[in-house]
Design a binder for this molecule. Structure first.
Ligand code: MN
Length: 248
């Protein structure tokens, strides 16, 4: 098996975007049996109201991921801000393993701090408050105990609020530089990979670690699958960021 490791995030799969679903199915097909692992770093789905929700889209994605897993690649699934209610049940059906945000991946390239990225947007105080509320175990349990119709209605409202929030100024919606350095210092690492901001890029970092002194590092940001599809690849001691056209 190849040692390639692939990373994707922010596909925001939904019924109204079959082109993105088709692109994912093609991406899985091309890479099937051809990588050691696939990391999905959050917001695979535009919304998720519980593992008991059923749809053709969910069935299609579940069976494609399971096939990919059966062909020999590990699949690791991290929560995003849209699909943080994905549970072990759905992960298991996909042959995937849920991973913590943040977590450390040890590769030949070095150690990489993996996260969805929303926790770095500390300037968006309104969102950080919302996040603190909905990530509580009690909130999640109460929400998941509601009838599916109530949960669907809530998801619809949350989507509208989020679309409105997208008009917040650019500065607030991007990562806070200090939050980036704090997280790297906390783990004593120099490399980070995340999505969420929809601002794909490779950023060189130079900072001073209280413990290790001058550090040169990197922050790689995955792009969302909207006008294009994005993935990062770790292979031969290098991490690279790629985009390609959606399947029409
Ligand atoms: Mn996100």
């Amino acid at each position: 098996m190849s040692k390639r490791i692939l990373f994707i995030s922010d596909l925001h799969l939904e019924e109204s975007r079959p082109d993105i679903t088709r692109t994912l199915l093609q991406f899985l097909d091309i890479n099937s049996g051809n990588c050691a692992a696939l990391y999905i770093l959050g917001d695979l789905f535009e919304s998720w109201i519980g593992d008991d929700e059923q749809s053709l889209l969910i069935d299609e994605i579940t069976s494609a991921l399971r096939g990919f897993h059966v062909a020999g690649s590990s699949i690791y699934l991290m929560h995003g801000n849209r699909d943080f209610l994905i549970g072990d049940n759905f992960a298991k059906r996909c042959g995937a393993e849920l991973i913590e945000d943040p977590c450390i991946l040890k590769t030949e390239t070095g150690h990489i701090v993996l996260l969805h990225g929303d926790t770095l947007c500390t300037d968006d105080l309104e969102y950080m408050q919302f996040r603190a509320q909905v990530r509580q175990q009690v909130w999640k349990q109460e929400f998941l105990a509601k009838p599916l119709d109530d949960r669907r209605a809530f998801a619809q409202e949350a989507r509208q609020a989020s679309q409105k929030a997208a008009t917040k100024n650019n500065f607030i919606m991007d990562v806070n530089e200090q939050a980036v350095l704090d997280l790297l210092n906390q783990f004593q690492e120099n490399m980070m990979l995340h999505g969420h901001t929809h601002r794909p890029g490779v950023h060189e970092l130079a900072f001073t670690s209280p413990i290790n002194g001058q550090i040169i590092g990197q922050r790689i940001v995955l792009g969302d699958w909207n006008n294009k599809a994005w993935y990062a690849e770790a292979q031969d001691k290098e991490i690279s960021l790629h985009s390609f056209d959606l399947v029409s």
